[in-house]
Each structure stands twice: as C-alpha cells, then as structure tokens.
Design a binder for this molecule. Structure first.
Ligand SMILES: [Zn+2]
Length: 85
C-alpha cells in the first residue's frame, strides 16, 4: 500500500476516534441497549443518546459510577447484572 494511502487511512481512523471521543464526553447520560445473554470478547456498546461507542468494560465502569452515586443500573443498561462481565 502506498504511504499516501496508508497516511489517509490513519488520518481517517484518528478522525473517527476523535469524533467518538467528542460524542462520549459531551453526552449528559449514556444509555445502552440490552446486552443479551452472550458476551463477545471485545464487545462494544453504542449509546442511544449520543451515538458514542464504548467498550463493554468502559460502559460497565460508567454504570458502576452511576450506581455509586445513587443511580439505578437499569437506567444505563436495562438487563445489567453483576454476574456478567
Ligand atoms: Zn451517550
């Protein structure tokens, strides 16, 4: 692959990462759809409010912080239980 094309691809990826970071940091409250019963390594969740994408561990950390401040876990992920990773 020519280096110019490779540079364009890297630039596109960085732009997408930056756009996702702006969506995620600008969201007032993340809410994710039901997870279902299967866990897929590397699973990502998309916030229904901002469209930002987070890894499942990051979304779980967000949810636990929300709960630690008195929130209800089902507000963030409707079918969340701590037995799931
Ligand atoms: Zn969000």
């Amino acid at each position: 692959m020519p280096s110019a094309a490779r540079g364009w691809i890297v630039g596109e990826i960085l732009a997408q990462v930056q756009a996702n970071r702006e969506r995620v940091t600008g969201c007032a409250k993340h809410q994710f759809p039901k997870r279902g019963n299967t866990y897929v390594l590397g699973q990502k969740l998309t916030c229904v409010n901002c469209g930002g994408v987070m890894s499942l561990p990051d979304a779980a950390s967000y949810l636990r912080g929300y709960v630690a401040h008195g929130g209800d876990a089902s507000d963030i992920i409707p079918d969340w239980t701590e037995t799931k990773p």
